[in-house]
Write a protein of this length. Structure first.
Length: 435
């Protein structure tokens, strides 16, 4: 079962209300019990004190005067109605009371007392001493009235606090859950291939951060899809030429074996580069990193390409320093081979090239500098992108350059395409390893 955040918020609001009501009820009951105990103790203390005062010989007064004293000391009002009775313990006759009545004394023993008089229920205590019995009672409805006042005093702050909490909860829902629900609805109405930026957001930082993160993720996914489409197009283009050549040769009466072998070798090279690229995408090379002697690697590359460059009318010189880096030798060799292949494929006869390896500002820098026609600034900038070409067959340098970029990225290095430092025509390819 899946829960909606609005349901959770509603459940939280109900829980807040229920806990507030439960707290009020528990507090009211506890306060009511404590109040009754306090009032009963107060009545008992007043009753004992009154008995001592009235039992003193100097306090004995005639009955009319005694009644007048009780009525003035304990007036009949609505705020605090107390009922005081004074009886003779021997004759059980009424000596005085603050309320007019002729009720006889039922029992002269000390005890709690409950009486009914004037349409009200009374609760109090009775004490006996020195031939006198004193009764002090309070109307029972006063307990309920005081309890109601206590409940009102408790309820008002609790209800006010609960109202404030519910209001804050509503604001929280309005600022977070509703914009979040809007984002969910917007995502739910989109097609699976729609990667346009999200427009709906919220006032809170978290919702805005979530929207920006989703937009960045969709932009990265869109960029990756675009690269993969270009990659598929380039791979198809790279494979189409040798396959077409093979098809034509095999259809002829006397196929040229040298041409067939060259095209098969070309296809094998393309497949090998695709395998390298796939393994680079999966990140499987990092575990095999070790110390690589770049000087020896460059010398091996020069030895492999020296004859081909001489046949193409080009010259390759070297200026190498003994340096080592952490990496994978097979990948770095593939990178250098691709750069030299591009040099052979895109530069005319008579081109002079220099392969230079040195330390520069704490970095290891490998540069391939040529005297070919070079590229414009916009073309050099596009060279940093994956799957671009700049020959007659389409826009870029093809699959080899994409592999070079991925190999450099796997080693934490940067591969850039720059103009020559002396301002002459040509291209300077710079591979800089991290410090």
């Amino acid at each position: 079962m899946k829960l909606r955040l609005t349901w959770v918020a509603a459940l939280l609001a109900l829980t807040m209300v229920a806990s507030a009501v439960t707290g009020v009820v528990a507090t009211y009951r506890q306060a009511g019990e404590e109040l009754r105990e306090v009032l009963e103790d107060d009545l008992e203390n007043q009753c004992r004190l009154l008995l001592r005062l009235l039992s003193a010989p100097q306090a004995r007064q005639p009955t009319p005067a005694l009644e007048q004293l009780l009525r003035s000391a304990f007036p009949d009002d609505d705020e605090e109605t107390l009922w005081v009775n004074l009886y003779d313990a021997g004759t059980r006759s009424l000596l005085g009371s603050n309320l007019r009545h002729a009720l006889p004394l039922q029992d002269a023993t000390d005890d709690e007392l409950r009486l009914s008089f004037a349409g009200h229920s009374w609760h109090g205590c009775q004490r006996r001493g020195n031939g006198l019995v004193v009764q002090l009672l309070r109307r029972s409805d006063r307990y309920a009235e005081v309890g109601g006042e206590i409940l009102e005093d408790i309820m008002l702050p609790v209800l006010a606090g609960s109202a404030i909490n519910l209001g804050l909860l509503a604001v929280l829902i309005g600022l977070s859950l509703w914009p979040l629900a809007g984002l969910v609805r917007e995502l739910g109405t989109r097609h699976a291939d729609s990667l346009a930026p999200l427009k709906k957001g919220g006032m809170t930082v978290e919702i805005g951060t979530l929207r920006e993160a989703l937009n960045r993720m969709m932009a990265n996914v869109d960029s990756a899809l675009q690269r993969e489409r270009h990659f598929a197009s380039d791979v198809a283009h790279e494979l189409r030429t040798p396959l077409t050549t093979l098809k034509l040769e095999l259809a002829s009466t006397h196929p040229d074996q040298q041409v067939l072998k060259a095209e098969v070798d070309r296809l094998a090279g393309l497949v090998g580069q695709l395998l390298i690229l796939a393994r680079l995408e999966q990140g499987r090379w990092h575990a095999a990193f070790s110390t690589v002697d770049l000087e020896a690697l460059c010398l091996r590359g020069i030895a492999r390409f020296e004859a081909r460059m001489r046949q193409a009318g080009m010259a390759l010189q070297a200026g190498l320093e003994p340096v080592v880096v952490e990496g994978e030798a097979t990948l770095l060799q593939a990178l250098l081979d691709n750069l030299l292949d591009n040099l052979l494929a895109h530069c005319p006869p008579g081109t002079q090239a220099l392969l230079r390896l040195r330390r520069e500002a704490g970095q290891v820098v490998l540069e391939l500098i040529d005297t070919g026609p070079g590229l414009s600034a916009s073309q050099r900038q596009q060279m940093g992108r994956d799957f671009t070409r700049f020959d007659s067959r389409g826009p870029g340098l093809g699959l080899g350059l994409a592999i070079c970029q991925r190999i450099a990225h796997a080693h934490g290095a940067s591969l850039s395409f720059l103009a020559r430092e002396d301002g002459q025509p040509g291209l300077r390819v710079r591979l800089a390893f991290p410090r």
